[in-house]
Design a protein around this ligand. Structure first.
Ligand code: TRP
Length: 447
């Protein structure tokens, strides 16, 4: 497959790989979606369910992607062909398409974050965040910000695995951790923080009795872990054989969860300390750009500092996720078309930038893409990889054992990928498709 003769790049250190993978996982999903879902769906009770989902569904798929990626040491398309034959090419191409599409709109949202961060530093938060968000979130200013963010992503990925991605994440990710933990500690000192914690975590086990909650928890678990489109598969392809895959999987999933959990510990006390609890009612991304800025405004001087830090952390999360999305597309072009990295990144970066313009001009496009790609395509991708490693790949356990020793539970892992994970994902898919069809119909009827 590969037409380049240069040996495949590798991470400079185990630490660099872990931070890159955590960087992919930690993003907008952690900083807003997770806290919100938890608060809405039974607090601590949801937390328990979520941890179960990560452990029982997320981790097995994560390990499956790692086994395929490191086993083949190739990007998704040739990696699937390597273990499954040419019939699996379309699945690899589907992964690349998902990466392309997600990045096209993820970058639009990230563009808003760029704007808020810059404005927070230079002029402070807008007096009327609602009107401000309405003005900047669509139209040509949104296009410009989207292009700016894409240019930044392209510049980093162009530098390669070590010189670009790893160099960026070893600086950015520790900054993100520090900010999130620091702000959570600060939030604890606010008067009224207790009401925020109560809203976030008060256990209500009755909420768990619906299928919808199960579905939400599962969807969030692997959206947050960046599963289902080969991002972590691609990152694992740059690993050496003596890396312990199960251990790294647990570290990555644990860090992703920790950031999401701490995000809730900072967001809710801040909102509640200011009596802005209605702001939480808006489930959309809008609350992030309207409700919280309003809180930062009301906090006065410290609010500005807190707000700058918060949006900076959000920006880091979005950037390190975007990097991994572009890497899937770029490494595929390098491996299958024989292109140089510079060319792959330039051509596909430009393509993604163009494809994102409709999302920047019309929030409906962005919302529908997110609904369909984020919910349906990712679940189909995760289901496929589970079936692939469960049934098609000859001996995935052998790959996992390299660097990890003989692990008694590996047969159980394979059985999980064969039966439990697919059954569960088919169930989730059923709800996701239903939701998407409804969203499209509502749009058609309304628009
Ligand atoms: N995990 C990211 C977040 O929490 C979003 C995401 C989903 C993602 N799938 C991805 C990022 C694939 C990179 C690659 O915001």
């Amino acid at each position: 497959m590969s037409t380049t003769s240069a040996p495949r790049e590798q991470w400079a250190s185990r630490f660099g790989f872990i931070l890159a993978a955590v960087g992919s996982a930690v993003g907008l999903g952690n900083m807003w979606r997770f806290p919100y879902l938890t608060a809405e769906n039974g607090g601590a009770a949801f937390l328990v369910l979520y941890i179960l989902m990560v452990a029982l569904i997320g981790l097995p798929i994560l390990l499956a992607e790692f086994a395929v990626g490191r086993g083949a040491k190739k990007s998704p398309i040739p990696a699937l062909v390597h273990f499954g034959g040419r019939r699996w090419r379309p699945l690899g191409a589907f992964f690349v398409l998902i990466g392309f599409l997600i990045l096209s709109y993820y970058s639009v949202i990230a563009g808003w974050v760029v704007r808020y961060t810059v404005e927070a530093v230079t002029t402070g938060f807008p007096a009327e965040p609602g009107a401000h968000f309405g003005a900047i979130s669509t139209g040509w200013s949104a296009v410009l910000l989207h292009l700016l963010f894409m240019a930044l992503t392209v510049a980093i990925v162009r530098g390669g695995v070590r010189g670009g991605i790893e160099r960026a994440v070893v600086v950015l990710m520790p900054v993100l951790f520090l900010i999130v933990v620091g702000l959570a500690v600060y939030a604890a000192t606010l008067e009224g923080a207790g009401a925020g914690y109560a809203f976030y975590l008060q256990a209500d086990f009755r909420e768990l009795l619906t299928f919808k909650v199960l579905n939400d928890a599962a969807g969030q678990a692997f959206f947050s872990l960046s599963l289902g489109m080969g991002a972590l598969l691609t990152y694992a392809s740059y690993l050496s054989r003596d890396e312990n895959l199960p251990r790294e999987s647990v570290i990555i999933a644990g860090s992703d969860f920790a950031v999401a959990f701490f995000a809730g510990l900072m967001v809710f006390p801040i909102i509640f300390a200011l009596g802005l609890s209605e702001a939480v009612g808006e489930s959309t991304i809008g609350a992030l750009f309207i409700g919280l800025p309003e809180a930062f405004n009301q906090l006065g001087g410290p609010g500005r500092v807190v707000g700058v830090l918060f949006f900076a952390a959000l920006l880091v999360g979005a950037l390190t996720s975007a990097i991994s999305l572009l890497e899937v597309v770029a490494s595929s072009a390098i491996d299958t078309l024989g292109w140089s990295r510079a060319r792959a990144v330039a051509v596909f970066g430009a393509g993604i930038a163009l494809a994102g313009i409709p999302s920047a001009l019309d929030l409906t496009v962005l919302g529908l893409l997110d609904q369909i790609v984020g919910n349906v395509f990712l679940v189909v991708g995760a289901l496929s990889i589970s079936l692939f490693v469960g049934w098609r790949m000859a001996d995935p356990a052998a790959e996992v054992r390299k660097g990890a020793g003989s692990l008694g539970w590996l047969p159980a892992w394979r059985a999980f990928l064969r039966w439990v994970v697919p059954a569960f994902l088919i169930f989730v898919l059923f709800f996701a498709i239903q939701d998407s069809v409804q969203a499209v119909i509502a749009e058609l009827a309304g628009g």
